[in-house]
Design a protein around this ligand. Structure first.
Ligand code: ATP
Ligand code: MG
Length: 408
């Protein structure tokens, strides 16, 4: 018997001519995620990144062979890592056995026993798929014979074909039989890297990391860009964004974080422009810098965590005035979500606890007491005449620092 992970993918399978491209990206991302999980495993050594798990692609499935020395805990950890790879819809820890009824039976008994030690199992169902038409028995017969032996060998379990506590998958394929119990759901979506690149504006707040995650889920490589107003916002605010990025790097390949100095821009807006327009003008400057960074990074869009109507600066008029300064599409994955939905997502992807740490972000600086909720383009353009736009944007871009992000 061999232990392996069986990795099911969804939407990717539908991609017609692009299919090989998608499958290669998925393979690469799976190998990366599993290699990282294995390197962080107990006994692997702190930075032993040389270990890898081979991912094979056979007949519309991916398989990852787990080494013989992999213990149950590490296997679990590897399964969880694979269940975070976009494009994957399900992960099962499987056993591969030779194509004979006795081996299949022994493995089925093993699966039921193993799951039963982890959680209560009173009823089970065998779900047999026989892709190998040369196998001498049909699916119903396999289920009947193997099921009877499971009932004999594992005390306290019964068959329930309608609502079983445990479904045991038995796949009879050309090369071998594969058996598995509990399946972890994957996140779905498309493999990161198959939809191109975008610059993602990430604050330390709740929303933008979720927006970035959603952009990654649709196959984008997101280049994280953070505006930092040192010393008004301190080292801990910056570290918060680094930590958010490392959580996101646990979901897929993530380029280095770009930290852009924003103090000069903010102070010049404060000193030279109408107070009520500060937020609008600050956002327009962010967009200009983002567009320059996008050019450098070969990115074709900008992603933000803006929603609609959530705060005064997120009216439709405001969004239009902000994005008027750039040519690139601005993607706002959160546009249709309520705050509660965003918070729930932030919790489930693991960013919420970091986002809610209390360190101030640049947006909370110099906040006007009565911001304009419907700033027009003309107003913004006229206020900006007082700013040295080209110099400020040039300096900001030139001052960008690159921070390497390690997956959490
Ligand atoms: P978040 O929770 O992401 O901070 P928010 O609901 O607080 O969003 P705003 O503060 O209005 O909304 O920010 C809108 C968007 O602008 C953010 O989602 C983010 O994409 C971008 N943004 C704001 N501040 C920064 C920053 N310091 N660096 C990079 N991007 C930022
Ligand atoms: Mg914010």
């Amino acid at each position: 018997m061999k232990r392996l992970l069986l990795l099911k993918y969804g939407e990717v399978a539908l991609k017609g001519k692009n299919r090989p491209l998608f499958e290669r990206a998925l393979n690469r991302n799976l190998s990366g995620a599993l290699g990282r999980a294995l390197s962080g495993a107990p006994g692997a050594g702190d930075r032993d990144v040389s270990r890898s798990v081979e991912v094979r692609h056979v007949h519309g499935r991916f398989y990852a062979d787990l080494g013989l020395d992999v213990d149950a805990l590490t296997a679990r950890r590897l399964a969880e890592a694979a269940a975070r790879v976009f494009g994957i819809v399900g992960v099962a820890a499987a056993r591969r056995v030779p194509l004979d009824l006795e081996s299949i039976t022994v493995a089925a008994i093993g699966v039921v026993r193993e799951v039963k030690t982890a959680r209560p199992v009173r009823t089970f169902k065998l779900e047999v798929r026989r892709a190998n038409k040369t196998f001498p028995l049909g699916s119903p017969e396999i289920a009947t014979i193997v099921g009877r032996r499971v009932l004999e060998e594992v005390p306290g379990v019964a068959v329930d074909v309608h609502e079983p506590d445990l479904r045991v998958g038995i796949e009879v394929r050309d090369d071998a039989a594969y058996l598995y119990g509990d399946e972890l759901p994957g996140p779905g979506g498309l493999p990161v890297g198959t939809s191109g690149r975008a610059v993602a504006l990430i604050s330390g707040g709740i929303d933008s990391p979720v927006a970035m995650w959603m952009a990654m889920k649709r196959g984008l490589v997101t280049v994280p860009l953070h505006f930092w107003s040192y010393p008004f916002t301190g080292e801990r605010a910056r570290q918060k964004v680094v930590d958010l990025c490392s959580v996101l790097a646990g979901w897929g390949p993530l380029p280095d974080l770009l930290v852009c100095p924003f103090t000069d821009i903010q102070t010049q807006i404060r000193d030279r422009c109408p107070e009520a327009l500060r937020i609008t003008l600050m956002r327009r400057m962010m967009m200009r810098v983002a567009a320059r960074v996008a050019g450098r990074e070969e990115a074709l869009a900008v992603v933000t965590g803006e929603s609609l109507g959530q705060v005064a600066s997120q009216t439709l008029e405001s969004l239009a005035t902000i994005e008027a300064v750039i040519q690139l599409p601005v993607l706002r994955p959160l546009i249709g979500l309520d705050k509660e939905e965003i918070v729930a997502r932030a919790r489930s992807i693991g960013t919420y606890d970091i986002s809610t740490l209390p360190y101030a972000d640049c947006c909370t600086l110099f906040v006007p007491s009565h911001p304009r909720t419907k700033p027009s383009r003309r107003e913004a353009e006229s206020a900006e005449k007082a700013l040295e736009i080209d110099r400020l944007v040039g300096d900001a871009v030139a001052g960008i620092q690159t921070v390497e992000v390690m997956g959490a």
